[in-house]
Each structure stands twice: as C-alpha cells, then as structure tokens.
Design a protein around this ligand. Sequence first.
Ligand code: DGL
Length: 243
Amino acid sequence: MIGVCDSGLGGILLLAQIHKDYPLTDILFHGDSEHMPYGNKTIDELRVIFADIVKTFKDRGCTDIVIACNTLCSIVDFSKDYGIKIHDIIAPTVEQIEVLKSKKIVVFQTTMTKKCRRYEKELIKSGYEHVELIDLPFLAQDIERFTAKDVLKTKLLPVFAKVDTDDLGAVVLGCTHYPVVKDIFQEYFKVPIYDSNHLSYNLDPKSENGKISLMMPRSSDLDRFMREFGKVEYCYEEDRLSI
Ligand code: DGL
C-alpha cells in the first residue's frame, strides 16, 4: 500500500495519477483538513504533523509515502531515515519545465513554501536564474472550502497584476490545491503552466486490489470533488475499517 498525504483535497489530483500508474496497488490518502492550512504554520508545527503522518502510514503497513504537498516537502529532511521510503514533489515538478533557461519563472505557493525557497533552489540548480516566488496565503483554504470561482478571481487578479510578465517563460503552481483553479491562472498568464498532477514515481508496487481509501471527513462536497477531479473509485477509511 502507498500512503499519499496533503493538508486536504489538493493531493487527490496526484493520487489519481499514482492510481493510473499503479492500478493494482492500494492507496491510503491522508487529507489532513483538520490542520490545514499547512502553509501558515511554523516549521516546528509541521514537523510534528509530519511525524504523525509517517507513524500512521507505517502502522498501516505502507511501503512508500508520496508527499503530495509542497509545504511539507519544503520542511522535510529527505536525507533522514524514516524507516519508510519518502517521495518528494518539488524536484520532480521542476524537472518537467521545458522553457528557455533565460526566461523568467514565476512560482505561486504557500507562505511556508516561499519562506523555505526550495523552488528557487531547484530552479537555479536546473539553470533558471530569473525566478519570482509569490505566496497566496488564502488560496489553499479557499479551495478547500469550495469558494466560488468568481470570488477567487477577484482575490487573485490584483496579485497577478503586480507580476511583470516581460520575458515570462512559465508559471508553476507550487501548491497541490492550486491546479483545481488552473483555468484562472491560464486565462491571465499566456505561458505554459506547470503543476504536480502528472508526476510519475518509481514506487515498489505490490499487487493488491487497487483500493483507494480516504482518511478525510465524509462530505457531499468532497464526493462532488471526487467525481469532478478525482475520477477514481474510492471509499472512506471508516467504511474500510468496518468491512
Ligand atoms: N496543498 C499543500 C501544498 O501543496 C498545502 C496547502 C496548505 O495547507 O496551506 O503546499
């Protein structure tokens, strides 16, 4: 079984891709909406949250953890031995970018992801020198609350207007919630937009039943989101435990 985690529903987009790549592997998705937004927490708070997530996945017998959350990937020490394989999202997202190295790359992200500057470091490692990091402290939570798109647009457009688009080569959505409203970004920025929805991971899959269990509070909004964006068969963890 693979463990996939995020502060909420954003990581479900990547979960769907992992399921496509490993259809016979069970996936346990930890959507920690109780502690969201991660992006506005401190590093110490996030480390405690992550230690709990690792313990949960290990106790459940997962072989791998895919951290479908840029904020957690910004604070996790990947050189540490957690006793389970941990997979990053930031470096593979940057590796997908295919625009001229002289172009400017703008990365939208949470406040903590911006503070840690991992995107900047990875982009510079890949040869990009002109990088702008912009945090959107409200956006992940608004998406988690299913805020109407026109309201989000009203909040985002003044932020977009401050971006100097001369020589802009690409925009990166450096938070797994943001692709849910990618069309708002794409309508404004007429350049390629990269996100983490279609990353492929080298996992060690077991042949299981391909079952997807959500560790998240059941809600009709989430069911609607799963139909529109997840597009996978799933059950809630409480149902799984009672089977
Ligand atoms: N979706 C997460 C990320 O990629 C976290 C958003 C949040 O809880 O602030 O950073």
